[in-house]
Design a protein around this ligand. Sequence first.
Ligand SMILES: [Zn+2]
Length: 180
Amino acid sequence: MNFCPRCAAALETQTLNELPRRVCPACGYIYWNNPLPVAGAAVIDGAGRILLARRGVEPRLGLWNLPSGYLEFGESIEEAAVREVREETGLEVVLNGFLLSAGAGHRLWPWSSVTFSFFYARPIGGLLRAGDDADQVRFFDPVDLPGQIAFPAHEKALAQWQRDRVRGRGEAWGVGPDVG
Ligand SMILES: [Zn+2]
């Protein structure tokens, strides 16, 4: 962020509460850059495979990621996760556990500051079909995942899924309890 949204003066970087912030020297405005929430889902089918979507748009065009997206006004993170799966993959899911949250982006740049919340989910209907930002969707076996994942936060979620599988966590195998 380069200019003050309140008075249009040039912002400068100052350290406040031990972190760098963009601050307006003219009017005192502080850009805290609190992250936006992003909801995502690890949809696991009855064979223990995970649903990934291939990005049909920039950034990271052609790379695979978990279905995810920004919240609409008034939505809960859980509602957004279910909706994003529906829009990107055509499947109806029920959430059945929390997977992991992960922050991402650059501290000083508002357009990339987000915190992902990933949930486990189980398909309950719909028809698998790529939509929205995705141009391909399919389930992947855990030993046959794509070599490159679109975003580091999604890599973290996949790594946590693998650890949960080793631990025998039911949701990670597609057999967890429904709570969502
Ligand atoms: Zn200002």
